[in-house]
Write a new protein. Sequence first.
Lengths: 301, 383, 255
Amino acid sequence: MDFFIQQFCNGLTTGGIYALIALGYTMVYGVMKLINFAHGELFTLGAFLGYLLLVTLGLAGAVGPALGLALSIVTVSGLVAAAGHLLERVAYRPLRNSDRLAAVVSALGASIFLQNAIMIVWGSQYRAYSARLLPAVSLDVLGQPIPLIRILVFAAAAALMLLLWLFINRTRTGLAIRAAAIDQGAARLMGIDVSRVIAVVFVIGPALGGLAGLMAGLLYGQINFNMGQLYGLKAFTAAIIGGIGNIQGAMIGGLLLGLLESLGAAYVSVAWKDAITFVVLIMILVVRPTGLLPERVAEKL
Amino acid sequence: MSFSPSVPGPPAGSPPAAPEARLPLPAKAAGVAAFFLIPVVLQKAGLGSAPYWLDVLNTVGLYAILALSLNVILGHAGMFHMGHAAFFAVGAYVTAVLNLDCGWPVLWTLPAAGLAAGLFAAVVAGPIIHLRGDYLLIVTIGIVEIIRIALTNDVFGLTGGPNGRMGIARPTVFGFRITRPQHFFYLIWFSVAVSLVLFRRLELSRFGRALRFIKEDPVAAEGIGINTSRHKLLAFVIGAVWAGFAGTIYAARMRTISPDSFNFSESVLLFTIVILGGSGSRRGVLLGSFLVMGLPELFRGFQESRLLVFGAALVVMMIFRPQGLLPPGPAAYMLPPPWDGAPGAGGARNGAFGGGADEAGGAGGPSPPAGGPAGTGTSGEGR
Amino acid sequence: MLLLSLNNVTKTFGGLVAVAGFSAGVERGQTVGLIGPNGAGKTTVFNIVTGSIKPDAGFVFFAGHSISSLRPSRIVELGIARTFQTVRLFPHMSVLENVLSGRHCRMRAGIAAAFLRLPEQRREERAVLSAAMEELDFVGLAGKWNLPAGALPYGDQRRLEIARALATEPRLLILDEPAGGMNDRETAELTGLVAAVKARDITVMLIEHDMGFVMKVCDRVVVMENGALIAEGTPDEIRLNPKVIEAYLGPDEEG
């Protein structure tokens, strides 16, 4: 039982990260019906920018861990959001009136470009996030010691998801996004500036993805230029599980996938852990592509 | 913005593709002969780096075979397939196992490698064939990853784990052992030539046409009597079988194979070759192979940023020339009598579409110039 | 002898009943018109017959086979060919190749024959070109065989679609609004074309809103409203049928 609690908490934390990345996929897909293949690379970018700030520039050492972390969060989300915006302008906007598949290939090309750009700048070796950033204490959860970092990451992910939920459901821009996701043409006729909606989605999604990268770096201590590929595929699976285009679905899907992976690795096999995710992905797409959540929910954003 | 559902092609409203310039047969034959003399020439020239350049050409050739096989799936049938490295891997590993564990001579494993890859494709592609473009893409990526993980985990105890299998024998042809780059040159490029001929025949056949119809409009194709699911599955299987053959040659050439040779990046390279070169066009794919695998060798500094450039190239291509560098031209048909009097039917190059045919239509073509009963049938399309 | 019969066919989309217990039959050699106000369910019926949609209930029989669960390409093989309401050609391919697509289901050469370039494969290819040109000649497009299909004027595209459908050697040809968007001259030509198709002993079933065309071309007319059959008979009978008049013009307020 102790072991189970440990793995469960691990799963929640990893799941939180998957959820944040999945949200980026799902928001873009909802509005543009396009899978943003380069999203995983934005996640990686966030991790490396965090590395740049916290390790290379020693931000935490300079202004103290709390402030350093806060500054990193703001900077990373801002920079990755800018990168996302740039990505949309360069690789997707010119193809808005083209075949969907041309956009898919362009997304793929952008993804390859970004991944290799990161590799060229930072090299292909693993980089370590120094452990001194946070005190290595553990808190007691249901009788089990859980490292502080895991709790913080999960809390941060949950907070971000709540913020996003509020934004989507309680603000006018959120409403515009939901409308555009249901029917772009109708939304435009209602006076919604769809270009602006797309721009917003390409800022929020990447920002969340970048933050997820920062969190992953802090959590696992190691980052690598191609981590976005695996994380991206898994997060995409999570988005599919929840019904692509469905924000609540992405959140739930992410957490579910994290739990599935954690418990699967613990109780079934570690070596095949990643394969589990892919098998799940394929099975869902083949059997129930609208996702595990009820179809009605899977329709809207 | 929602995207229109068709495949990448020239922008709507652009003038129809110009008919391809087709070299006369003697020039082509001379070119081919010259190409096959390269190893001899290099040896006579005493160039120290000759083995290196032959090796480069061998890599180009091997990737050309792989890309031609992917072309059937991606270029002709229009299915977005990023998992081709998986079929390649199956072929290579089957060869390794049969050679190392069962003592089969390497070239004898060719049919088994192809068969295994084909069966694997039949099993795997069946459930996913109906998926829409971008979803199919994701799923095929997942398949490649699953295969790589399985290989790394030494599934069935045959794949040797992360280090793979080593010590695969050299191929022998009638007792002659193929060991050096110049030998492999002939083996590989002969295979390329055979592949080119066979795939051209496929293009000009009922099956090849069906794939093009499916790519252009799958609903209309189904509605006119083409069983789209079966054809798509067959396209996958054919592409896989060929990739399996390529796997055998690769295993024999490298003598060591490991899961890392068959990862996502390999699929990306192949995908790029087909899309950049011109999907659906053998010429385009050949050009793509030279560009993607050969060009970086000319610019050594370029090596590391190779994928970077290709990623950017894909984006740029889709914006400015989505059909690729050398897209296939429209198919040209020679009309049988009594229709050979129709405008453009017999030889003059007229009409918006580059009327009738040229001479016999290249390698394997049967006949004298158009007009007589013997000179009929479908002739060249985009090579 | 009924070539095609629909028995109690029902199809619902979400909450909307598109076709409700529809039963009708088409005899060999006839030309049957399916008419009704917009939204009556006519194209849905066609889609069910050609296999693009599966009915929720009921059966469709064609030449002795039950076809409601078959895929569209199989139904074409059995002998039903269709044209679409909005033309669905292969625009980037030539006129000839479009017709060749229709010959696909009547050809036999497989992949092995293609790779080996067997004599029968080559013969078949030549024969197929002839057959395709004949169909093009039949609809009057032989001269344009090598043009890209997308470049043809609209009327020619419709004729090409018919040629393509005829290339499948159908026993039943289904035309969905063949006269849509045509002027008087083109409609007159189309009337001639349908008569020529009939002369080839092909049964024809069509949806049309142009009443003049329907009256001239059809032997029998079936009328639908709100997914159900409301009348059937000869064109003259239908023209005077009060239920039909009411369906198109609304109820007679004085009646």
